[in-house]
Each structure stands twice: as C-alpha cells, then as structure tokens.
Design a protein around this ligand. Structure first.
Ligand code: DGL
Length: 280
C-alpha cells in the first residue's frame, strides 16, 4: 500500500526546519508541507493554554492540506500539546520528545543525562518523564536527569551566531552545572540548538554525546510510514515541498535558508492559522 499525500510539519517558526531537513534525509521521496508560525513565535515563553491553542490551529491548517501524518517539529509544542493533538487528529501525529528520550537512554553509559531546552519545555517536566519512562522500559536503573533552560540559544541561532565568542561564553555559563554534574549524554531538546552543536560539543567535551532530536524524530517518521503502510510510491513526479509562514514569506526564506542547508525554501506562501476556532 502506498500513499502519496504529503507529510505535514509545523513549528513556531524556523527551528523546525532542522527537523524537516532530517526528514528529507531519512525519507527523500516524501512530499512535505511545512508551516512556520513565525508571527506568533516564540512558543518557548508562552503559556500552556496558548501553545495548545496555536498547535491545534496549526494542525487544522495542515489537515486542510490533506496531509497523511503530522510532525510536531517543535519541542515546546510537543511538550505542551501532544496529547490534545493526538486526541483530535485524524492521522498519525509524531512529536519530538519521545524519540529524543529514547536516543538519550540508548546513548548513556553512566546514566547521567542532561536536557537543555526552552523555559517552557523544561517547566512541563515532559522530557524528564519521557526519559524516566523509557529508562524503565529498557530496564535501566540509577538514571539521573539534569535540566537546564537555555533561552538565549534561540536568539543566537537565529542571529546566525553559531560559532563565535558570545555564543561560547553563553554556552559556558548555561552548561556549567551540567558539566559539573558529570553527564555523558546531552539532549538538545529545542529545534534551534543543533545549529549550535559545534560550540555546545566543544564546551561539553568530546566524552559527552549530543542527541539531536530531529535525527531521532526522522527515524520514527520513516518507520511509522512503513508500519502504517503510508509511505509514498513512485508516481514519476518526485516529492513536492511546500512552505507556509504566518509572517512575511521573503523574511521567512531569508532567515530559513541557513537552517535548512540544502534545498532552500522558495515559493513560500503566507497563511495565518488564528482564523481557526478551537476549544480547549
Ligand atoms: N521551536 C521551539 C522549540 O523547539 C524553539 C523556539 C520557540 O521558542 O518558539 O522549543
């Protein structure tokens, strides 16, 4: 069985493009529709009810594009809104928390796992719970989890300061407690952070494994497309890659380009999802 409808992906803005590019790597034949809610970003500082409402509205938009799967390519939206999205979706929903937690549990040797994310994601405790649950399923004992919010990393990534002195100093300050805690695995639980992985890796040292939740999530997308029997089949046209933003398309493409690496966005259209009525 095959299904050539696109995979829908949404994020608060451009960070989810780091997940999208991993999806493209993992399943290059799949068409995708990406929605970046740039005009309402960031989500990481918003309240739970606001993030849930935004996420449900974004899902309605993707459903209107007849997607076969929805990927919540935002850690904050995954942490706050996954249960609501899953309960209301007519298609499979993939979030980024569980894949990251799974990867971290498999990577750690000393059982000391660090999690860095936005304030919103950390405050939900969802990552901690996901790592504990996965560790339990894998029969791991004595897992210790250390969390740190790194809100400035989002701005540094958007500014393009991926490898400079200010980023290094900021990283040293944020990551100090995690270094002192002796973690051997660090989950970059925010879509922007993989862009800073060079500096984060250097500050943490080579003995610490960095987990990119985008890579882990793309593996889940691939396997779910297969197990659900909804992977695309050859139709002679190749994949279609659409982009929508709730802010200005030109600006989106300019800021998005470095996040996406290859396959720069073009033909981005404007759409706002606040027109959708949702009840929470
Ligand atoms: N996409 C968000 C996340 O992964 C980071 C940016 C924001 O706060 O909206 O948590």
């Amino acid at each position: 069985m095959t299904d050539n409808r696109p995979v829908g992906v949404f994020d608060s803005g451009i960070g989810g493009l780091t997940v999208l590019r991993e999806i493209w790597n993992a399943v290059p034949d799949e068409s995708t529709v990406y929605f970046g809610d740039n005009s309402r970003a960031p989500y990481g500082t918003k309240s739970r009810s606001t993030v849930i409402r935004y996420s449900l509205q974004n899902m309605k938009f993707l459903e209107s594009k007849d997607v076969k799967m929805i990927v919540v390519a935002c850690n904050t939206a995954s942490a706050y809104a996954y249960d609501e999205l899953k309960a209301r979706a007519g298609v499979p929903v993939v979030e980024v928390v569980t894949p990251g937690a799974d990867e971290a549990c498999r990577a750690t040797k000393n059982g000391r796992i660090g999690i860095i994310a936005t304030k919103g994601t950390i405050s939900t405790g969802v990552y901690r719970a996901a790592v504990e649950r996965r560790a339990g399923e894998l029969g791991m004992k004595d897992i210790e989890i250390f969390q740190q919010a790194c809100p400035l990393f989002v701005s540094l990534a958007e500014e393009g300061w991926w490898d400079n002195e200010i980023t290094r100093l900021t990283a040293c300050e944020y990551l100090k407690p995690l270094k002192e805690a002796g973690i051997d695995t660090l989950v970059m639980a925010c879509t922007h952070y993989p862009l800073l992985s060079k500096v984060i890796g250097e500050v943490m040292g080579r003995d610490v494994t960095l987990v990119n939740t985008g890579v882990a999530t793309a593996k889940v997308v691939k396997s779910l497309l297969e197990t659900e029997g909804i992977a695309s089949g050859a139709d002679g046209h190749g994949p279609v890659r659409e982009f929508y933003t709730s802010d200005e398309p030109g600006l989106f493409e300019q800021v998005a380009a470095p996040f996406l690496g290859e396959g720069l966005p073009s033909g981005t259209k404007h759409f706002t999802t606040d027109r959708y009525e949702v009840t929470i």
